[in-house]
Design a protein around this ligand. Structure first.
Ligand SMILES: *Cc1c(COP(=O)(O)O)cnc(C)c1O
Length: 406
């Protein structure tokens, strides 16, 4: 989709607004399946915490995708979007045994990531097919907040506890059907990923009844021109070969699972905001926009550098701007960024706004969350309306004081 299409959508639906390009989501999905076409049984489970709009879930379902979920509410949204329970995978961290049992009762594949719950669940439900999340302690790089492989990580069962794990499984006679790892976001080096995969293969040999191996995700996507990204094609070539060899060794054609979030939806998303005010100080030119970290928290939370285009004046002379939000707290989207000359009223577009953007939006400062639009077949489809004042009051219960509005 082109920036003139984005500009037209901002006019049609108002700002701030999230726009997702269906074609880009589809092409990323196809790219991944093509890279692993040599694997007989490949399954892609979209990690829906990246972007959980039901229309996006429907789109990916049409493509043949399954879902990777981290909460019972995500499972419910997946079922609501029409996914069969068998297509949903549940990989929670730190949730209660009750929630895990409830999700299991819905017919969803559960993935257990700690020994305590494994033992309790195994004792109560010995025959249920269970997947185990292993932490291979391989650092795949990226921001420490999104890195889950390090030794102090709360995720997964440490590979060093494998003997203990095997004992629990033998004692409870649990049915372990899958082994899982998710080394965290931003994989830069394929060799590191393959090294972690070897640890998973080794662990897998301890379990005789496996049906699948789940390699998680963490594929890095480019944020700007010349950015490094995970070379999916090379990973496909190397891991497929190794996986197929492992299946021969194991004596069974296993299913290979990936659960990408960012890879599928990040680049498909654009976030459109309007410039309310240009403020020139002694040192900086600020462009203040009709949004803030309530709508897009990644720059403040992770230091993410989202590329910003002035789509109202794409050919203008480039100047330096600090793009800031309207939240009453430091709220910086970009510092001294070269952007083509901005006038008040212009529409700016943030790239890579598909993953972990809307799904992390809040009502801080009592602002409405933005609308969402899916661009499909040359047309914008509203897939979430702008919020209204009623949404802010929903679930609030005022005190019964006379003279105030209930
Ligand atoms: C968040 C998450 C993913 C998706 O990670 P991306 O970096 O967005 O691809 C996959 N698996 C699990 C278990 C996750 O928690």
């Amino acid at each position: 989709m082109q920036s003139k299409d984005l500009l037209q959508l901002a006019e049609q639906f108002g700002s701030p607004i999230y726009v997702y390009d269906a074609e880009k989501i589809k092409s990323q999905y196809n790219r991944l399946t093509k890279a692993f076409s040599k694997v007989e049984n490949l399954r892609i489970n979209y990690a829906m915490k990246a972007l959980s709009n039901v229309a996006i879930l429907q789109l990916l379902k049409e493509m043949g995708s399954g879902l990777d979920t981290v909460s019972i509410q995500e499972v419910q949204l997946g079922l609501h979007a029409g996914y069969d329970p068998e297509k949903i995978f549940y990989t929670p961290n730190g949730v209660s045994l009750e929630e895990i049992e409830e999700v299991h009762a819905m017919g969803v594949q559960i993935n257990i990531d700690n020994l305590s719950i494994l033992e309790q669940f195994g004792a109560k439900h010995p025959n249920v097919p269970v997947c185990i999340r292993i932490n291979p302690h391989v650092m795949a790089g990226g921001n420490t907040n999104i890195s889950v492989g390090h030794i102090d990580s709360k995720f997964g069962i440490s590979i060093h506890q494998l003997p203990h794990l095997v004992r629990i499984v033998e004692n409870t006679k649990m049915n372990i059907v899958g082994i899982h790892m998710h080394t965290g976001s931003d994989i830069l080096d394929i060799e590191v990923f393959l090294y972690a995969a070897e640890i998973l293969f080794d662990a897998a040999k301890n379990f005789k009844n496996l049906e699948f191996l789940d390699f998680g995700s963490g594929f890095k996507v480019p944020y700007k021109k010349d950015d490094i990204e995970t070379d999916i094609e090379e990973l496909g070539k190397k891991l497929s070969k190794r996986f197929n060899a492992f299946c021969v060794e194991y004596g069974k054609e296993l299913t290979l699972i990936f659960e990408p979030g960012k890879f599928l939806v990040s680049e498909a998303g654009s976030f459109l905001v309007k410039v309310n005010v240009i403020k020139q100080t002694t040192s900086t030119v600020f462009a203040g926009v009709d949004s803030g970290f309530n709508h897009l928290i990644r720059p403040m939370l992770y230091g993410s550098q989202h590329h910003i285009d002035n789509i109202s004046n794409p050919k203008g002379k480039e100047r330096f701007y600090s793009v800031v939000g309207y939240i009453c707290e430091t709220d910086t989207f970009a510092n001294n960024r070269r952007i083509s000359e901005i006038k008040e009223g212009d529409i700016l577009s943030f790239r890579n706004a598909g993953a972990y953007c809307y799904s992390m939006a809040s009502n801080y400062n009592s602002r409405y969350r933005p609308a969402e639009v899916l661009w499909m077949n040359g047309k914008g489809h509203l897939i979430r309306a702008h919020e209204t004042f009623e949404d802010l009051l929903k679930n609030q219960i005022p005190l019964p004081i006379e003279g105030t509005k209930a």
